[in-house]
Design a protein around this ligand. Structure first.
Ligand SMILES: O=C(O)CCC(=O)C(=O)O
Length: 406
């Protein structure tokens, strides 16, 4: 999920065209897409057509691997190969450069993670019929199938801004860009219900409706028109990312030039020229031989790895190069119905870029987006609005350090 053209007044048509292509309802000035009679908690921003598609897609969910019988929040030992302490900057930056992704441990401490969950639930409870401790109330919650929560009350609320303004996260991006004068994305929130705990049971129609369906593997930077480094994206998971829950998956080394060349050949130059930055990878691409094509003089970097789930602890920061192929992966699930009601996933994408990359028009547009409760794509310097009218939205008071990120 990502951006195409900056929103500075000149590019609204392009923005709306892309939203349509993605199945996201666009906001028509003066004509809200959302029925004014709907309560604030009607937060689904996906068109009826897309909902329909997703309903049909539920057929494919039957093929998910067998669920586990107990919830484990333990991430696999192999994750230690790509999880680094923030202080080990040389190592984590090398991993990001070589592999196209990295995890930085404990960017939000346990107390902040708990507070962020609570603040995000405060606004989810305001915008949806769900109550955090009451699984029965989650049935009426019309959550987007991908788990995209885009109501401005959620994405511009206190919880989202608490995470966006974390000094440690900002410092990591400052290290990447070599400047602390950064602006931040105002992304959507990713929310997955624990589908195995649907009140009617793990195999019920309700569980099927709760099971997320992701966009699939894609890049957020057009490999043909923008082949060089542009941006690093980030994500802060507030619950453990394990093979039971799923989360973000990446294709290691898919950001490297030779892997890009092969991907461009697979998608086709003509098709890529007609696309913005969001480019889907053909579904079978990383499961066949194309991506590992070798020629007499090919370098080992032509061999992008297999897609892998990026396991992480709550509060870790996942970073990836925008050229890296990535997407959401739904986990195996679980058949236990024990314990307190808990989401399977609550993650905030977060991305910083230097203020100097944004024009004066873009900076002004970003302020207006905050004031109006808009939700953006990932690239702060090239923001595109992703949501429609946010009924009932009232901007929070940003602290000076938060406002400095607009
Ligand atoms: O983690 C996901 O479900 C998808 C995230 C994604 O595609 C993104 O942040 O660009």
């Amino acid at each position: 999920m990502d951006g195409q053209q900056p929103v500075d007044g000149r590019h609204l048509d392009t923005q709306q065209a892309l939203q349509t292509a993605l199945g996201i309802e666009s906001e028509v000035p003066g004509q809200p897409c959302m029925d004014a009679a709907r309560p604030l908690w009607f937060e689904s921003t996906v068109s009826t057509q897309n909902q329909q598609t997703n309903t049909n897609d539920e057929q494919t969910l039957v093929a998910l691997p067998a669920p586990e019988t107990s919830v484990s929040t333990q991430i696999a030992a192999e994750a230690s190969g790509y999880r680094f302490e923030m202080a080990d900057e040389t190592q984590w930056r090398a991993h990001l450069a070589d592999e196209g992704f990295v995890v930085i441990k404990s960017s939000a401490d346990a107390e902040t993670t708990t507070l962020a969950r609570s603040l995000l639930w405060d606004v989810l409870e305001q915008c949806t019929p769900a109550k955090r401790d009451d699984l029965a109330s989650w049935g009426a919650w019309r959550l987007d199938k991908r788990g995209f929560s885009m109501h401005g009350t959620v994405t511009q609320g206190r919880g989202a801004w608490l995470l966006r303004s974390l000094p440690s996260v900002r410092a990591d991006f400052a290290a990447i860009w070599g400047t602390a004068d950064l602006i931040v994305s105002m992304d959507l929130l990713l929310v997955w219900k624990s589908w195995w705990r649907a009140p009617d049971g793990a195999n019920s129609a309700q569980a099927s409706r709760w099971t997320p369906k992701t966009e699939g593997l894609h890049v957020d930077q057009n490999p043909l028109t923008k082949p060089d480094f542009c941006c690093v994206q980030g994500m802060l998971p507030l619950y453990a990312v394990t093979h039971l829950t799923g989360g973000l998956e990446v294709v290691p080394r898919s950001h490297l030039p030779e892997a890009k060349r092969l991907l461009v050949a697979a998608i086709g130059e003509q098709a890529l020229r007609g696309l913005g930055d969001f480019c889907r990878v053909p579904p079978a691409y990383y499961h066949n031989e194309q991506c590992t094509e070798t020629s007499g003089n090919s370098s080992p970097t032509a061999d992008a790895g297999a897609p892998m789930l990026v396991e992480a602890e709550p509060g870790d920061l996942i970073l990836w190069d925008s050229r890296t192929v990535h997407g959401g992966r739904v986990g195996r699930g679980c058949v236990t119905n024990e314990g307190a009601a808990e989401l399977a996933r609550l993650s905030l994408p977060v991305c910083f870029t230097p203020r100097t990359l944004a024009s004066a028009d873009v900076l002004a547009a970003r302020r207006a987006m905050f004031a109006e409760g808009k939700t953006t794509n990932h690239w702060p310097h090239a923001p595109r609005v992703q949501n429609q009218v946010s009924l009932g939205y009232a901007p929070i008071d940003l602290r000076p350090d938060e406002e400095a990120l607009l």
